[in-house]
Design a protein around this ligand. Structure first.
Ligand code: GLV
Length: 325
């Protein structure tokens, strides 16, 4: 029997690849950097299945070219890099990996919150630079976490998991969400408008998807509403924050600090102004990167892909409308 052809746009964890290697003819892009767009398009045009990452642009033109494709499976929960409307219009199911990375991502969001509040990377740089001479009464004074108010912007699965961690640290939680969240109300976490939340919070943590409504949601006006002691954490998508406005706010001390797992652009060039600031902690989009979670994401993506190739409903489908058309 002829095996379906599958293009995998990067070496994903082996746990995922082993599920596919016997049932598909696999081509795995070998480089650390993503395939250039034209290469991706040419490879996908010859494939029955595409397993991709959030760094691959899967636009309407690519989808139109790939008449042979039966399924797109993305190893990520977010899928703002994929033209979902074009895929749905073509009846092409798109898989993603929701749920599995919730707790690991929340762990990193909270790690960033703690590290930025207590100026951990500044302290580490100080020690490594040989500057530690004595105990200084005013050295690296940061923000208290206990008793502070955390505003969660986007109270979905990850937002809820971060709020739960915050409760363990005796923080007060408020949230912003298009709709009230019953489970949040049950915990006494109150809903606010974005304007109210920004003004009230000591910490703001972003957990929205990236779409037209959330692009540059945290712009100069939003930053101006925050307290000068406020710490901003972004583990959502870089473009939820206007980077130029964030740079100005951090440089002028209009907010205390930011901690970013995601940036705009991504990756952030080494010469980017944000990297000149001591009060900006940046890590390279690693929120879901624990061994267990990345392995589980890879197996979920492989299972989605295999189901699509067999013509079955994807276990985790980002565009279920394909099945009702
Ligand atoms: C990571 O950012 C993801 O969307 O899974």
């Amino acid at each position: 029997m002829v095996k379906p052809k599958v293009f995998v746009t990067r070496a994903i964890p082996q746990a995922g690849l082993v599920r596919l290697q016997d049932v598909c003819e696999l081509t795995v892009w070998p480089d650390e950097l993503p395939p250039p767009y034209e290469t991706l398009r040419a490879q996908a045009a010859q494939a029955d299945g595409l397993l991709c990452l959030l760094t691959d642009r899967i636009d309407a033109a690519l989808i139109a070219d790939c008449t042979r494709l039966k399924v797109i499976s993305q190893m990520a929960v977010g899928y703002d890099n994929i033209d979902i409307a074009a895929a749905t219009a073509r009846g092409l199911p798109v898989g993603n990996t929701p749920g599995v990375l919730t707790e690991t991502t929340a762990d990193l969001a909270f790690t960033l919150l703690l590290a930025a509040a207590r100026r951990i990377s500044e302290g580490e740089r100080y020690v490594r630079a040989g500057k530690w001479q004595t105990w200084i009464p005013t050295l690296l004074m940061g923000q208290d976490i206990h008793g502070a108010t955390l505003a969660i912007i986007g109270m979905g699965r990850i937002g809820m998991a971060v709020a739960q961690r915050a409760s363990g640290f005796n923080m007060r939680v408020i949230y912003v969400n298009p709709r009230p969240v019953e489970a949040a109300a049950a915990r006494g976490w109150q809903r606010r408008t974005l304007e109210q939340a920004l003004a009230e919070a000591d910490f703001v943590s972003l957990h929205t998807p990236l779409n037209a409504a959330t692009r540059y949601l945290i712009n100069a006006a939003a930053l101006a509403r925050m307290k000068p002691t406020c710490v901003l954490v972004n583990t959502a998508r870089g473009a939820v924050v206007d980077p130029a406005a964030l740079y100005e706010a951090l440089k002028d001390g209009r907010i205390a600090a930011a901690a970013l797992d995601v940036t705009e652009p991504e990756p952030l060039p080494a010469a980017h102004p944000l990297l000149t600031l001591d009060n900006c902690l940046i890590v390279p989009h690693i929120a879901s990167s624990s061994v267990a979670t990345r392995n589980r994401m890879a197996t979920m993506a492989a299972d989605n892909l295999a189901a699509g190739l067999r013509g079955e409903r994807l276990p985790y489908c980002a565009n279920p409308a394909v099945y009702s058309a």
